[in-house]
Design a protein around this ligand. Structure first.
Ligand SMILES: Cc1cc2nc3c(=O)[nH]c(=O)nc-3n(C[C@H](O)[C@H](O)[C@H](O)COP(=O)(O)OP(=O)(O)OC[C@H]3O[C@@H](n4cnc5c(N)ncnc54)[C@H](O)[C@@H]3O)c2cc1C
Length: 330
């Protein structure tokens, strides 16, 4: 879909369409291939309008800050829906916060504190959007995104706007799937992931053909100053333990039941292990950092090597938390 294809869309669209987009510019690993096209909607209505006009079989990928995402070097054949800068509403609605999918965690945490609400501090240190945090059930220091959800707002791939309750989802540790419609999709998603060598939980988008555009979150009344202090303390803790000076995607592997991925990786002597421009961080063994213009293949090969070594030495099969997709180069 080049410019001639763009002309097929109605002129009423108010967002920005781009072609052959380097996904390294949209992912915190600063690596990866090219997406055929990207649409950054002007707002929710504009996104609906765009989806109404898309061919039913167009592959779609929702992207927030790209802080948990690797697009392989062969690129993504489809349309990326960029939520950052598109779905940005954030307001109090009664006792709840209504927040759209493109809002960053830090902004949400500050907004909650400003409104004397507590319990949102943990969002402050997660460098993702609300949409990505809903898709991943992101969390840290004992709190998780879905603990705060009253209901979510989703768009189907044909542009239908729905509200769903948390009970409609299977929510676990870095895992979210829509119940009911899920069985066929789950099986399909599982097979696809296995073919790619990972047992990744596919995002709600691939599973069920819909994605998050907003949510109503509930927090308790609290002390704004205490919330700000808590945010500061959590950020200091991160700065001390994470290699935030180099491009990364946070924890690469989920923690295995009752254990810590970082501890296992470090125990296998893998800190500092390097493939091409990708390296297992010296500071935090569950982080892979882009030290020198890493390709997506460097990063993915290192993930596979770490996984194989840990399995061989400890018997524990680590599962990636990061989402890897797109085409491999031959
Ligand atoms: C330095 C650093 C620290 C981190 N610390 C933490 C942490 O403490 N806890 C934690 O849980 N994670 C952490 N992460 C990982 C990451 O920030 C989270 O997973 C976050 O939720 C990803 O949000 P995102 O907007 O960047 O999503 P993206 O990376 O853009 O997307 C991730 C996945 O979510 C899907 N997705 C994105 N938006 C939507 C949407 N609107 N609807 C449906 N699916 C969507 C994408 O398709 C993709 O499959 C860290 C990452 C970094 C770089």
């Amino acid at each position: 879909m080049k410019m001639s294809e763009a002309a097929k869309f109605s002129e009423e669209l108010r967002g920005e369409m781009s072609f052959d987009v380097e996904m390294r510019r949209y992912t915190t690993w600063r690596a990866g291939g090219i997406a055929q096209r990207m649409y950054q909607a002007a707002d929710l209505e504009d996104l609906r309008n765009f989806l109404h006009q898309l061919p039913a079989d167009e592959p779609l990928l929702a992207v927030g800050q790209g802080s948990n995402l690797l697009v392989r070097d062969g690129g993504y054949r489809g349309t990326v829906l960029l939520m950052v800068g598109a779905l940005t509403e954030l307001r109090m609605e009664g006792e709840n916060i209504y927040v759209q999918a493109g809002v960053a965690g830090a902004k949400l945490a500050r907004f909650a504190a400003l409104n004397n609400l507590c319990g949102a501090e943990f969002f402050g240190g997660i460098p993702g959007t609300l949409g990505g945090m809903l898709a991943m059930n992101a969390g840290c220091y004992g709190s998780e995104t879905w603990q705060k959800v009253v209901r979510v707002q989703v768009l189907t791939r044909t542009g239908e706007l729905l509200e769903r309750m948390p009970a409609e989802y299977e929510v676990g540790y870095r895992h979210v799937a829509l119940l009911g419609k899920g069985e066929e999709g789950r099986e399909k998603g599982g097979k696809a992931a296995q073919q790619e060598g990972f047992t990744l939980p596919p995002s709600p988008l691939t599973l069920n053909q819909e994605f998050f555009v907003g949510a109503w979150l509930h927090f308790e009344q609290g002390d704004a100053e205490a919330a700000r202090q808590e945010m500061k303390a959590l950020l200091e803790k991160r700065n001390a333990s994470q290699p935030l000076d180099l491009p990364n995607a946070g924890s690469v592997f989920r923690n295995p039941p009752g254990g810590f991925a970082a501890k296992l990786i470090e125990g296998c002597g893998l800190k500092g292990k390097r493939i091409g421009g990708a390296q297992v961080s010296e500071k935090h063994a569950n982080f892979i950092v882009n030290v020198n213009d890493a390709t997506a293949a460097d990063i993915e090969n290192l993930i596979e090597e770490v996984r194989a070594t840990v399995l061989q030495q400890t018997g524990v099969d680590l599962h990636p938390e990061v989402r890897i997709l797109g085409e491999k180069t031959i």
